[in-house]
Design a protein around this ligand. Structure first.
Ligand code: ZN
Length: 168
């Protein structure tokens, strides 16, 4: 079997499976594979590891890359990182918005019942409520970047080259 560097594995298997196809038919898939950052371990692009340690997470709430050294993240079982998908500040904002959304929807029923909102306007009102719940309140410290932070894993040569037997 051909030994392929880990970061090329997906590309290799795609090419292998598409041997008789025109390049143009697989190019979009190739571009996606090659442009995905930090994909060397095949992980979803929502967190960044250095030497097996999670250093940054793409915050589900803030939609920004956040460094764990700068932001507080609660730990959570059964996630790829062992951390929550949102920073603590995000969790608190998100939870609050969900609560407001639930209340607003309940209130909407009352407003329809009282005749304040016409039945044909329910969808519009619900849309407004949903929009408000999606609003992102930026972190108070302003931390977070759109692009994944540039932290290069300090890989050991041994990962790319076959290791030599230790001699005693
Ligand atoms: Zn966040």
């Amino acid at each position: 079997m051909t030994t392929v560097k880990k970061q090329y594995e997906e590309i290799y298997s795609l090419l292998e499976a598409s041997k008789n196809k025109k390049v143009s038919t697989v190019l979009p898939q190739l571009i996606e594979l090659m442009s995905r950052k930090n994909n060397s371990s095949g992980q979803a692009n929502t967190f960044l590891k250095v030497n097996d340690e999670v250093v940054a997470i793409y915050c589900y709430y803030h939609k920004k890359w956040e460094l764990l050294s700068e932001c507080e993240y609660g730990s959570k079982k059964n996630t790829a990182t062992g951390y929550n998908t949102m920073c603590k500040e995000g969790v608190s904002k998100w939870t609050k918005q969900q609560r407001v959304k639930k209340l607003a929807n309940e209130e909407l029923l009352t407003r329809v019942a009282s005749g304040e909102v016409l039945p044909e306007d329910i969808a519009v009102e619900q849309g407004l409520i949903a929009e408000q719940a999606k609003e992102i309140v930026p972190r108070e410290d302003g931390h977070g970047t759109d692009e994944a932070p540039e932290v290069e894993p300090t890989r050991q040569q041994a990962e790319d080259e076959p290791g030599t037997e230790p001699s005693f």
